[in-house]
Design a binder for this molecule. Structure first.
Ligand code: AMP
Length: 322
């Protein structure tokens, strides 16, 4: 953490980037960091591929999020990349790297490529937002209610509401501290989890009806197609939390969620139970992530992608059986 902390300490005009398909931790850690930097007299701008996702527009500061710059604005003296395993995860923003100011890489993914002039990678942290909180405390910087709200949102979403295997005493202690600093667990939970549109619930019904069990019930998958989005009127991001359903079935070791993207590729979410590591299988498809929650983008069509991934997971389970 030390070199990253020193660079943050020296910085005056910071640009903050995070990954494509920004989730709660991408948005929460980026915005939380921006608040802490601004409150300590720095200028901070946040860039997310595609802008702030609708689901996270309730976060303080989300209105100011910028999308896809041509480059890092010339007046910035530091670029902080949060929650992204590699520059390739920055989509349109990747091209902005390299020509601008030094890059500092802050992430909790173990498979982070350690890019940048300085990196701070902590796979033991449940969320990148937790790392931002711990850095702020260690640096003696104040964490406002706005910052606490963003950082808590990153933690609660990346731990699946404090249920995934990354939930531990360290993360719960930080969540409690952030609540004491002004984050409202109830209001954040309502904003993230209780604002479903009728279309998104219809989409869930359609997606659950695609349930497919393989390998004697050890692999479960569901999928969402572009046609299902059109029929229900739902948006792609409405399916963001659906990856938890296949894994929630008793006896399932690997849950898979396939989503047809606009570009014709297939986004795959891998979720595992019971000590099965799934990040290596995601890696075989040029993806990655955490041991029990990983992702990849696989060429379409959906049926081909699904068969290839299910076969790879079957092989992996056979291998783990020894
Ligand atoms: P998701 O299935 O999109 O919720 O992602 C689960 C985890 O895997 C997250 O920590 C992501 O950052 C990571 N991940 C998702 N897609 C990719 C990808 N294409 N490459 C590397 N990591 C990914």
């Amino acid at each position: 953490m030390r070199e990253v902390a020193e660079r943050l300490e020296r910085a005056r005009r910071v640009a903050i980037f995070s990954h494509v398909d920004p989730d709660g931790d991408a948005a929460g850690s980026a915005l939380g960091l921006a608040h802490v930097l601004r409150d300590s007299g720095r200028d901070a701008r946040v860039f997310l591929p595609g802008g702030a996702p609708d689901l996270y527009r309730f976060l303080p500061g989300a209105d100011g999020v910028e999308a896809d710059p041509d480059g890092v604005p010339a007046d910035r003296d530091l670029l902080v990349v949060v929650d992204a395993t590699s520059p390739s995860r920055l989509a349109g923003l990747e091209g902005a790297l390299g020509s601008g100011p030094p890059v500092v890489n802050v992430d909790h993914h173990g498979d982070n490529t350690r890019f940048g002039a300085a990196h701070w990678v902590d796979p033991g942290a449940c969320a990148t937002a937790l790392m931002v909180y711990e850095w702020a405390r260690a640096a003696g910087l104040s964490v406002s209610p706005a910052a606490a709200t963003c950082l808590y949102a990153g933690i609660v979403t990346d731990t699946g509401r404090f249920t995934f295997s990354n939930t531990d005493a360290r993360c719960l202690a930080a969540a409690a501290a952030l609540a004491a600093l002004g984050a409202s667990p109830h209001e954040i939970a309502v904003s993230v989890y209780d604002r479903a549109s009728p279309a998104s619930v219809r989409l869930l019904a359609a997606v659950l009806s695609t349930l497919d069990l393989r390998a004697g019930g050890r692999i479960a998958s569901v999928h969402v197609t572009r046609a299902m989005l059109e029929e229900t009127g739902a948006r792609a991001e409405d399916s963001d939390g659906f990856s938890t359903y296949p894994r929630s079935i008793d006896g399932v070791q690997v849950g898979l969620f396939f989503r047809e993207t606009e570009e014709g590729a297939v986004k795959v979410s891998f979720r595992s139970n019971g000590g099965v590591r799934i990040d290596g299988v995601a890696g075989r498809f040029q993806g990655g992530g955490h041991p029990s929650a990983s992702g990849a983008r696989v060429p379409g069509p959906l049926s081909t992608a699904k068969e290839a991934v299910v076969r790879a997971v079957e092989e992996h389970l056979r291998g783990s059986d020894g």
